[in-house]
Design a binder for this molecule. Sequence first.
Ligand SMILES: *Cc1c(COP(=O)(O)O)cnc(C)c1O
Length: 233
Amino acid sequence: MNIAQNVNRIRERIEQAAVRAGRDPRSVELVAATKNVSVERIREAISAGVKVIAENRVQEFLQKADQLKSEAEWHFIGHLQTNKVRLLGDRVSLIHSLDRISLARELDKQGAARGSDYRVLLEVNLGGEASKFGLSESEVRPFLRDISGYSHIRIVGLMTVAPYAVNPEEIRPVFRRLRALAESLSGEDWPGVVMEHLSMGMTNDFEVAVEEGATMVRIGTAIFGERPAPGLG
Ligand SMILES: *Cc1c(COP(=O)(O)O)cnc(C)c1O
């Protein structure tokens, strides 16, 4: 299967999952996760109608964004080092991975410097895996309290990287909890916070995520095939 066929097939699967859940398929954005994927292959995905490209590493993002310029909208989904925020400038429209105070402070500072707010998602680690980044569920409200003075960050939803499971049904409770958390936060009074987006679901489990309310699915392998090792792509 080539990239265009993969994209079309994923679209169909998103659509079917949305319909099963009584949702509007247009409420789900396909975000292409392109770490280690070449500019040529990313361009094929864009030609097939992918609108949003997401990178994990700032250097890789900068190289690719320079070559692809305004052909797509760019998101950042990886662990973001504080000292790299400045390099992103205003070239990403959404950062999915806000996971600590020091990063919030830096985003606020750079947002003030460039005169516009950063749109971000809070990364929540619901699987409890120590190897994953993200706030635990119990850390979310204290975190929101701590950053409430940062006026250049707009939190527009939640993101999670779910644990891997051979059977994606096993991940359903994780997606359900993320959605329930977003719903309860919506009912509370957090200035600068709106729960518009749930970024959840990857190659292995995106249909379940869509059924549980994902508004963004981040998909790499199902579009581009298995990733080559870093440095070879
Ligand atoms: C690589 C990556 C994805 C995509 O994973 P696939 O299983 O290849 O679809 C999604 N989200 C994040 C944060 C990633 O790093």
